[in-house]
Design a protein around this ligand. Structure first.
Ligand SMILES: Cc1cc2nc3c(=O)[nH]c(=O)nc-3n(C[C@H](O)[C@H](O)[C@H](O)COP(=O)(O)OP(=O)(O)OC[C@H]3O[C@@H](n4cnc5c(N)ncnc54)[C@H](O)[C@@H]3O)c2cc1C
Length: 366
């Protein structure tokens, strides 16, 4: 059986690798720009198991175990979600209940306990926090993307740098028109092209509710002194901050909307105002570097990983956490194509969940 995968981001690469592991037949990846040219090349390597839905928790947990054995340096620095409002704290508690059913070692902290796990945190105004010490960051996130690409090559997979312009039915299989001018036939096609997956499958009659949301990260120059190990997400203040392994401090305005070219100074100012109160240890850190990408969001913050038709799969809509669930995504799609049974939680990722019933929405997208 021949399989073509569209998109060489972390999702497409993991899918290709898991297919090759099963030895089902030739696998070719088509990438329009370069390996990791999309969101996979921007993400800073955050991996966490604290999620609010069962499917997200299980994908993250399975992927966490896989990543710990990947052979790249991972720092379990912990993720702290801080709540200032009752409603936010209640949402975190609901998430913790889901996580505890799945043996994820997260816990609820008082503001004083939060200040203990995050030295330098000023918890005034906070009501409580959710914390998981196992959550953390890869020191070199791009090494994971490259590592998957190497594994694909080592198993005989091909990565072609050409775009896919059109996917059409071709008897029992599929025909891909490429930007190189060639057309290729394949038994199975997997669309893992981020937000652009929507436009690729729309002409086939599938309307995936995936929209692009721009996200901006602010980064300092590398700082030798260690100032902030855990990732702190102050939900009600709309900011997040963490010092990366290379010494750069990362910060983001979770409410930042608009064009980074014109709005970045406003976002940077708001980050400083909030950090001065919450993490005064960062008050002299400047954020001269701006990295902009986008999330491919679904209405419920969970990805769409499903067969839309016989031999046509999609894996997109990762809503800001596709890197940390990529091992599970690859396994799921490869199992589906191999006709192996899929886990019961796969139904939460099906394309037909929208409009059929109220989806269980993920409340912990940051
Ligand atoms: C600022 C930011 C921070 C983030 N932080 C984290 C984090 O800490 N942890 C985490 O887990 N996730 C994080 N994410 C989300 C994560 O980066 C994405 O969910 C993940 O990279 C998605 O991978 P993907 O392979 O599905 O898509 P992408 O990486 O976007 O890859 C899609 C690929 O398809 C290609 N393509 C598109 N159209 C075509 C076509 N027609 N033909 C051929 N190729 C095509 C693109 O060039 C691209 O290379 C972050 C994202 C952003 C923007």
């Amino acid at each position: 059986m021949s399989v073509c995968v569209v998109g060489a981001g972390i999702s497409g690469l993991s899918i290709a690798f898991h297919l090759l592991e099963r030895d089902l037949g030739p696998v070719t990846l088509y990438e329009r720009t370069a390996i990791g040219a999309g969101a996979s090349g921007i993400q800073p390597g955050g991996v966490r198991q604290q999620w609010g839905t069962r499917a997200n928790c299980l994908m993250a947990k399975e992927s966490y175990a896989y990543y710990r054995a990947f052979g790249e340096r991972f720092d379990p620095c912990g993720y702290l979600f801080l709540a200032d409002e009752e409603e936010t704290l209640a949402r975190l508690e609901a998430g913790l209940a889901v996580q505890h059913e799945l043996d994820i070692p997260s816990r609820l902290l008082t503001p004083a306990e939060a200040a203990d796990v995050v030295p330098g945190l000023e918890p005034a105004g906070a009501l409580g926090a959710a914390w998981c010490a196992e959550d953390g960051y890869f020191a070199r996130p791009q090494a994971i993307v490259e590592g998957f690409a190497e594994k694909v090559g080592a198993r005989g997979g091909r990565i072609e740098l050409t775009g896919v312009l059109r996917i059409a039915r071709d008897g029992g299989g599929w025909l891909l028109d490429l930007s190189s001018g060639l057309s290729v036939s394949t038994d199975v096609v997997v669309v893992a092209a981020g937000a652009e997956s929507r436009a690729l499958v729309a002409p086939l009659g599938f309307d995936l509710p995936i929209v692009e949301e721009p996200r901006t990260l602010f980064l300092s120059e590398p700082i030798r002194e260690r100032l902030l190990e855990p990732l702190v997400i102050a939900i009600d203040r709309g900011i997040a901050a963490k010092q990366l392994a290379d010494g750069r401090v990362l910060a983001s305005d979770l409410r930042g909307e608009g064009d980074p070219a014109t709005e970045q100074d406003r976002w940077r100012r708001r980050i400083h105002e909030q950090l001065d109160q919450l993490l005064p240890v960062l008050q002299f850190v400047a954020f001269p570097i701006v990295a902009t990408g986008s999330y491919d969001m679904t209405p419920d913050g969970q990805p769409i990983v499903d067969a839309l038709a016989e031999g046509l799969w999609v894996a997109a809509g990762f809503s800001g956490h596709g890197f940390m669930v990529a091992p599970s995504t690859g396994k799921l799609v490869a199992d589906g194509i191999a006709n192996s049974p899929l886990p019961e939680w796969h139904k939460a990722l099906r394309a037909d969940r929208f409009g059929l019933r109220p989806p269980e929405a993920e409340a912990q997208v940051i």
